[in-house]
Design a protein around this ligand. Structure first.
Ligand code: FES
Length: 105
């Protein structure tokens, strides 16, 4: 089971196990990680699960056209390592991954 670290804007971290096949968004919401609203429930429609991928970025599948388009409507600035964590599905290659939750004013 891969271990994922979520980094808050204030640098506090939470490291949790996420079941293979679950999205990092589901892992976060099931473990009460703050800052991931996930308003659309993981359907790539709200962009409230935006994260900056701090490691293992090269292990992710290519970004879909829908995700790419939605990342232009995030509350926090899009960066090169921006992804929607509802579209990141946990697998063993992602063990040890860290994602940063953006600061949203
Ligand atoms: S939860 Fe809505 S886009 Fe990811």
């Amino acid at each position: 089971m891969p271990t994922i670290t979520y980094i808050q804007p204030d640098e506090t971290t939470s490291t949790i196990d996420v079941d293979v096949g679950l999205s990092l968004m589901h892992g976060a919401t099931m473990n009460d990680i703050e800052g991931i609203a996930a308003e659309c429930g993981g359907n790539a429609m709200c962009a409230t699960c935006h994260v900056y991928v701090e490691s293992h970025f090269d292990q992710l599948p290519p970004i879909s056209d829908d995700e790419d388009a939605l990342l232009y409507s995030t509350a926090a600035e899009r960066q090169e390592n921006s992804r929607l964590c509802c579209q990141i599905i946990a697998n063993d290659l992602l063990n040890g991954m860290a994602v940063r939750i953006p600061q949203v004013d």
